[in-house]
Design a protein. Structure first.
Length: 318
């Protein structure tokens, strides 16, 4: 019997991309048997698992469009200098994010979600992946989104938990181990050569992490390809938005929704194609974007893996 999972990746404010993808997937009539999410993807996954219908995706979209950084991470220069001076181990407290989550989820436990929900966090001591499926939904999601150095760890079950993205940012393997035979992956976004040069330490860190996450995802997709049908909703590219910039969420949602609809119309759900945006690549003036292109995807599906009009990809395999 087929068992479908939606897998939501981490990505900070780029989680808005997943809201656009989700809107079109749900409108298309797709409903998974369970949901897995990490970091920002845990927030999206939890919201959808509790509201698995068109009205729910509309509400999630509204949430992202109105979201401001102060509601998630209200950092200040004072808190930054305090961390740099060793006076605190994290940039901000998680009070604001917890307040936001509590406003939308109340005090319901994970097991009360309408769809089975699995939240991925990381054990701070061992680095091991921790999959949460019961207990406080708010605390579980808070742990999954506890970016090291930004938020404090969350104590749950006798362990100190941090961002699920550290252990498994796009938990495809988790979904398959949980019994999925069909996986629909909603990635947030990745850096590429067309992205502007990083302007500060946070940008540099995100750029490096983005490349690492994309490489790991490609390896996971290749490794688990024979265990389940894995369809990856094509990520946006180029994506010149910081994961700490919440002013572009509306634009990201609209762009992701349009690309996802084009992908669905091109029978993307039946595809096993790994999107070119996940591989190291570059663009030229004639091809400034690698947002979903039905013609290019069709060529890949027929084994014609080659350069396209100046847009080249290099293998991300070891």
């Amino acid at each position: 019997m087929e068992k479908t999972a939606f897998v939501f990746a981490g990505g900070g404010s780029l989680g808005a991309v997943e809201a656009g993808m989700l809107r079109e997937l749900v409108a298309w009539g797709i409903k998974p048997d369970f949901v897995v999410g990490a970091s920002a993807g845990a927030i999206n996954g939890a919201y959808y698992a509790c509201n698995p219908h068109v009205a729910g995706t509309t509400q999630l979209e509204t949430l992202w469009r109105g979201l401001r950084r102060a509601e998630v991470m209200p950092w200040s220069w004072r808190s930054l200098f305090g961390m740099l001076r060793g006076q605190r181990a994290h940039l901000v407290d998680s009070t604001a994010l917890k307040r936001l989550l509590s406003r939308h989820f109340g005090d319901i436990p994970l097991e009360r979600a309408e769809l089975p929900l699995y939240v991925v966090a990381t054990d701070m001591q061992t680095g091991a992946e921790v999959v949460l499926s019961s207990g406080s939904l708010v605390q579980s999601v808070l742990a999954s989104a506890a970016i090291p150095g930004v938020f404090p760890p969350v104590a749950l079950g006798g362990r100190q938990l941090i961002d699920g993205g550290v252990a498994n940012n796009t938990p495809v393997s988790t979904a398959i181990r949980l019994g999925a035979t069909r996986v629909v992956v909603l990635p947030a976004g990745f850096a590429c050569a067309a992205r502007r040069e990083p302007r500060g330490p946070i940008d540099h860190a995100f750029n490096a992490l983005s490349l690492l996450v994309a490489r790991q995802l490609v390896q996971d997709l290749e490794r688990w390809a024979d265990h389940a049908h894995i369809a990856v909703v094509p990520p946006l590219c180029p994506l010149d938005v910081s994961p700490y910039d919440y002013t572009q969420c509306g634009t990201l949602i609209d762009r992701a929704a349009a690309a996802t609809l084009a992908w669905l119309n091109a029978d993307g759900l039946s595809s096993r194609h790994i999107p070119g945006a996940l591989h190291p690549h570059s663009h030229d003036e004639a091809n400034p974007s690698c947002d979903f292109d039905p013609n290019q995807a069709a060529q890949h599906e027929h084994g014609q893996h080659k350069s396209h009009a100046g847009h080249t990809h290099a293998s991300a395999s070891p």
